[in-house]
Design a protein around this ligand. Structure first.
Ligand SMILES: *Cc1c(COP(=O)(O)O)cnc(C)c1O
Length: 487
C-alpha cells in the first residue's frame, strides 16, 4: 500500500500542523451547552465524568475504546456480512486479514480484549506465578490476579517521569528482567507480557531493540513472550519515527516484525480498529490447541467469538488500514500537536507525546489540592464545567484503599484527554487548548473532591463525589465574567 503522505505536514510559514488526511462525510451533531447546564450535569453525575450523558458533552475525550471513526470502506463492508453461526465468509475474511497483517496462522476470536485476557490467563497462569510486564493494564491485572498470579512491573526509571525526552518510555528494564527471572525462577514465569503503546503511563511505546532483547532473554530461559497488541499500530508508527533503523521501513513490515517476536498476541479491536471485538493469534499449534476449547465456552463458536458478523467485516478492513501510514499517523500527530502546545505554554503535561491521548499532570496543575482530595478528578470536573470537554481521571480515584481504609495514592495524577482516530478537527483541538489555558490561569479557583458513594471494587466507574467547597460555582462565575454569554 503506497502512502498518501503523513501528518504533520510542513507549511510554507514553517508551522507544523497536523492536517486531517481525510474528509468528513457522516457527521454527528455536538452539544455545547451553557455553563449553568454543565454545572447541573456534573453535579448529577457525582463529579465523575464516567457518569455524564453525551447529550451534555461537547468534545468526548474519555477514551479511544470503540470511539475511533470508521472509514467508508469499513462502513460499506458491513453490508456484505454473511450471517452464519459457523463457517461465515465474514470470519474467513477477518482470519485472512489477521494472517496477513500480524503474520500469525492460528486465530481465535473473542468479544473484547479482556475476554482474550481471560482465556490466556486461565490456561497459562497457576497459583504463585509471576508475570513480568512493562506496565499493567487494569483488566489484564484483574485477570492475572484472579487466576492466582502476580504482576511485576519492570519499567525503566524514565517511565513514570512526567517530563522526559526518552523516545521509548514503554521499554522493559532489561537488567531488572534478568533479576526477576533469577529471583523467581523461569518455572514461575509462564510468560513475559509486553504492552504496545503502554496505556496507563501515557500511551508510551517500546522500541524494537528492547523487544528483541526481551526475546533473547526469554529464549534463554524458555519463557513465552505475549504481546498485548491493542495499540500496536501507534507503537509501530513511533518505531518508524523514533528508531533510526526503521525510518525507511514500511509500517506493514514493522508490524510483522513486532508480531514475529511474540509467541502469542492478543488485542482489543475497540482500539486497533473501531469495532467491538478482539482476538488471539499465534503460530504455535500447541498454544492454539491449549486455548481453543475455551473459546466456545466463554465467547461463542470459533467463527464468531461473541462478535457480530458486521463487526467482523469492519474489523477485517480496519486491520488492513492499520498498516497505512496516512491513517495511523492521525491520532499521534494530533496528540503531538496538543502536547507541544501545552508544554510551550508551561502547562504540565506528560512528555514526549504518546499514543491514545494527551495526559495533563494534575499535581503540577493543581499543587494546592492535596492528593487525598483527588486532583486529577477535580481537574476533570473543572475542565468539563468550563468547556464541555470530557476527559478521564487516571490517578488516586482509579486506585484502591489499603486494609486500613486509607487511599493508596497513585504514582501519577493524570487527566487523560483521548484523541480517538480521526474524530476531532484542528479547530476543536485548539478550543480544548484555549480552555485549558484559561483554566490554568484560573487554577487557584479549583478545589478538591471527596467521595460520597464509594463502591468497593473499580470505584472509578460508578463512584460519586462532591466538591469540598463551593469552588465549582465560583469557577463558573469567573468564567461568565470573562466570557459573558459565550459558551
Ligand atoms: C482496552 C485494553 C484492553 C482491554 O480491551 P477491551 O476490549 O476493552 O476489553 C487490554 N489491554 C490494553 C492495553 C487496552 O488498552
Amino acid at each position: 500500500m503506497k502512502t498518501n503522505g503523513t501528518a504533520p505536514i510542513k507549511f510554507y510559514n514553517g508551522n507544523q500542523i497536523p492536517v486531517e488526511l481525510h474528509k468528513v462525510r457522516i457527521v454527528q451533531k455536538l452539544h455545547l451547552k451553557p455553563i449553568e447546564e454543565r454545572l447541573t450535569a456534573i453535579e448529577k453525575g457525582g463529579y465523575n465524568t464516567f457518569l455524564l450523558n453525551t447529550e451534555d458533552i461537547f468534545l468526548d475525550m474519555l477514551t479511544d475504546s470503540g470511539t475511533n471513526a470508521m472509514s467508508d470502506n469499513q462502513a460499506s463492508s458491513m453490508l456484505r456480512a454473511d450471517d452464519a453461526y459457523s463457517g461465515s465468509q465474514s470470519y474467513y475474511r477477518m482470519e485472512n486479514a489477521l494472517r496477513e497483517v500480524f503474520g500469525k496462522h492460528y486465530i481465535l476470536p473473542a468479544h473484547q480484549g479482556r475476554a482474550a485476557e481471560n482465556v490466556i490467563s486461565k490456561v497459562f497462569i497457576k497459583e504463585g506465578d509471576v508475570i513480568p510486564t512493562n506496565y499493567h493494564f487494569t483488566t489484564t491485572m484483574a485477570h492475572i490476579e484472579i487466576n492466582g498470579g502476580k504482576v511485576l512491573e519492570i519499567y525503566t526509571d524514565e517511565a513514570i517521569k512526567i517530563k522526559s525526552d526518552h523516545p521509548f518510555k514503554g521499554n522493559i528494564d532489561i537488567n531488572r528482567l534478568k533479576n526477576v527471572i533469577k529471583e523467581y525462577g523461569a518455572e514461575k514465569i509462564p510468560f513475559i507480557r509486553l504492552e504496545a503503546s503502554t496505556n496507563l503511563i501515557g500511551g508510551q511505546p517500546f522500541s524494537m531493540a528492547n523487544m528483541r532483547e526481551v526475546r533473547e532473554i526469554a529464549d534463554k530461559h524458555n519463557i513465552m513472550v505475549v504481546l498485548d497488541a491493542s495499540l500496536i499500530g501507534e507503537n509501530a508508527w513511533f518505531i518508524k519515527q523514533r528508531e533510526e533503523e526503521f525510518k525507511n521501513t514500511h509500517i506493514k513490515d514493522i508490524l510483522l516484525e513486532m508480531c514475529a517476536i511474540s509467541d502469542l498476541l492478543y488485542f482489543s479491536s475497540r482500539k486497533v480498529t473501531s469495532t467491538r471485538g478482539g482476538g488471539i493469534c499465534t503460530n504455535d499449534k500447541d498454544i492454539y490447541m491449549k486455548l481453543r476449547d475455551l473459546i466456545p465456552l466463554y465467547e461463542g463458536f470459533l467463527t464468531y467469538g461473541g462478535m457480530s458478523v458486521r463487526e467482523i467485516e469492519a474489523m477485517a478492513v480496519g486491520l488492513y488500514e492499520t498498516t497505512d501510514d496516512t491513517i495511523i499517523c492521525q491520532s499521534p500527530s494530533f496528540i503531538n500537536y496538543a502536547v507541544n502546545e501545552l508544554d510551550k505554554a508551561g502547562i504540565p503535561v506528560v512528555t514526549p507525546a504518546g499514543a491514545l491521548g494527551c495526559h495533563v499532570d494534575a499535581m503540577g496543575f493543581l499543587p494546592h489540592v492535596p492528593q487525598e482530595e483527588y486532583p486529577a478528578g477535580a481537574l476533570a470536573s473543572a475542565l468539563f464545567i468550563i468547556s464541555g470537554c470530557r476527559g478521564m481521571e487516571r490517578g488516586t480515584i482509579s486506585s484502591v484503599r489499603d486494609e486500613n481504609g486509607k487511599d493508596i495514592l497513585a504514582d501519577m495524577e493524570l487527566l487523560r484527554l483521548a484523541f480517538p482516530r480521526r474524530v476531532f478537527t484542528l479547530s476543536q483541538t485548539m478550543f480544548l487548548l484555549d480552555r485549558l489555558q484559561w483554566l490554568y490561569d484560573n487554577r487557584g479557583l479549583v478545589g478538591g473532591l471527596k467521595f460520597v458513594e464509594e463502591p468497593p471494587v473499580l470505584r472509578f466507574f460508578m463512584g460519586r463525589l462532591a466538591p469540598v467547597s463551593d469552588w465549582p460555582q465560583k469557577l463558573a462565575a469567573k468564567f461568565k465574567e470573562d466570557f459573558g454569554d459565550s459558551l
